[in-house]
Design a protein around this ligand. Structure first.
Ligand code: ADQ
Length: 463
């Protein structure tokens, strides 16, 4: 069987990981031969031309270091200040600096040069996410003939947003150098196809690219999932039970509304707290009866837009506290730290409402995990944004437009008032869907499509 080489911006680190990618892929690699390639997390003065092998929690990883300058341009700059906001349709939060693109390509070239000598001819390469769109182009230029697949964990933008990205034509050509491009949802494949079929003239003056040939690249939706049975087991583990007991003591009979996210402007956190504020303002009967817990560890905090979101969230949480808190009742708790999966599973199980309301999200694994952790005898209710990829899978959640805080407030009221038979009916269907879209089948489906047994390792692709 061919080896699998996973490539992502960062290799996984030790201990609990707050990123969806690491959580999802660690298990895939544990089952196949191969290694995980990516940035070590170290910043150095001179870029390392060769990768260093290491073993992290039994996983074989090959790592390169980045220079500070490249990190700024490639990671904080082009990837997270241009691609991330644009792909999430937040052009208002994008910052464009022309020189970042050179850094983005330089790091992709560095990755390709360091990876190439480690490859065997029949290795299957699976590249992850927007940081590494040019990697197949770079590897093919160096002569690699392996099957190479790309998976985009975030949404694919509409054509308008794509046109706003500097060098978008080259990026699309880069995508066409993959054998398989996987997306989270049908919505993303539709957006991609629209661009590929219509390809309006380049907005880049003087671009040599007039069109991109996607003839040999297959593009399809492979919705990612979690391991819902594992979350069910975790929710009954000693660490989860400890967390549940602690929380039950402090809740003292109040119903828990729970949000768990990386602190990111795509997650719609200020809107979410505002919806909760409206619930309390419009329904006095819920005061003292409910409590909202938002867990949101900071991420990418060197980027100014993330700091702004954090400040905005601090302000709105303070406002809700000031407006509704009483000496013996706090309407909400906002925790800025990461928890291990067992503790998270305990929180999920205890929560009467899982509030997952991103403004736009590739999938959203928290929705999957929340469903997995519920008690079948007394399940909670999932409120889910229509703009998460998960909405294509979880039709039995209460689906909301997260920009409409009145609608989300009403969904909260409905969820809190929902009777047990209705909660059970909805949860059973949600759990069935979560099991159908589990992470193991996701990676198997992608790899089977990338390298069907009959073609694996034949290196048939032109370069
Ligand atoms: P993320 O934007 O990171 O992932 P998400 O899918 O919700 O979003 O994954 C978050 C993961 O981090 C979950 O597994 C969750 O348990 C964990 N996590 C979040 N907050 C945590 C906390 N406080 N403590 C501990 N763990 C925490 C990107 C895309 C998503 C896509 C995933 C996977 O943006 O749309 O679903 O990749 O493809």
């Amino acid at each position: 069987m061919s080896r699998i080489i996973i490539v992502s911006n960062r290799t996984p680190g030790k201990g609990p990981a707050a990123g969806g990618l690491a959580v999802a892929l660690r298990d895939t690699l544990a089952a196949r031969e191969g290694f995980w390639f990516g940035w070590s997390g170290k910043l150095v003065d001179e870029p390392s031309p060769k990768a260093k092998f290491d073993s992290i929690d039994g996983l074989s990883v090959a790592q390169v270091d980045l220079t500070r300058e490249d990190y700024q341009a490639y990671y904080a700059g082009f990837s997270n200040s241009i691609l991330w906001p644009s792909f999430h349709l937040r052009l208002d939060l994008a910052t464009i600096e022309a020189h970042w693109y050179e850094g983005y390509r330089r790091v992709n070239t560095q990755f390709a040069r360091a990876l190439l000598p480690l490859l065997k001819p029949d290795d299957i390469i699976w590249v992850h996410d927007y940081h590494l769109i040019p990697l197949a182009s770079e590897l093919r230029q160096l002569g690699a003939r392996n099957r190479i697949g790309f998976y985009l964990h975030i949404p694919f933008p509409t054509s308008d947003a794509l046109y706003a990205i500097p060098h978008h034509q080259e990026l699309m050509r880069d995508l066409s150098r993959y054998d398989l491009v996987g997306m989270q949802a049908n919505r993303d494949v539709t957006a991609f196809t629209e661009f590929a079929e219509h390809q309006a003239p380049s907005t880049l003056a003087g671009s040599p690219l007039k069109s991109v040939d996607f003839g040999r690249t297959e593009v399809a939706a492979f919705p990612i999932g979690s391991d819902p049975d594992a979350f069910a087991r975790l929710a009954a583990s000693p660490a989860a039970i400890k967390m549940i007991k602690r929380m039950e003591r402090s809740l003292n009979g109040q119903q828990l509304i729970l949000g768990v996210d990386r602190l990111d402007y795509s997650k719609g956190l200020p809107q979410r707290v505002e919806a909760y504020e409206k619930l309390l303002a419009n329904n006095t009967r819920f005061r003292r009866e409910v409590h909202m817990l938002q867990v949101a560890p900071p991420s990418r905090d060197s980027i100014k837009e993330y700091k702004q979101t954090s400040d905005e969230l601090d302000a709105i949480c303070g406002r809700v506290m000031g407006r509704f808190a009483e000496p013996d009742w706090q309407p909400l708790t906002y925790v800025k730290r990461a928890y291990g999966q067992p503790s998270l599973a305990g929180l999920y199980r205890l929560a009467r409402v899982g509030l997952v309301t991103p403004l736009r999200d590739g999938m959203n694994l928290v929705a999957h995990e929340y469903i997995g952790a519920q008690d079948p005898a007394d399940p909670g209710v999932l409120i889910l944004s229509r703009f998460a990829g998960a909405a294509e899978i979880f039709e039995d959640a209460i689906l909301v437009n997260p920009f409409d805080t009145d609608e989300t407030a009403e969904a909260l009221r409905m969820a809190l008032d929902m009777d047990l038979p209705e909660r059970q009916r909805r949860w059973q269907r949600l759990m069935k869907a979560a099991k159908k879209h589990n992470v193991e089948d996701w990676s198997k489906a992608f790899l089977d499509r990338l390298a069907p047994a009959s073609t694996a390792g034949t290196g048939t692709r032109d370069i």
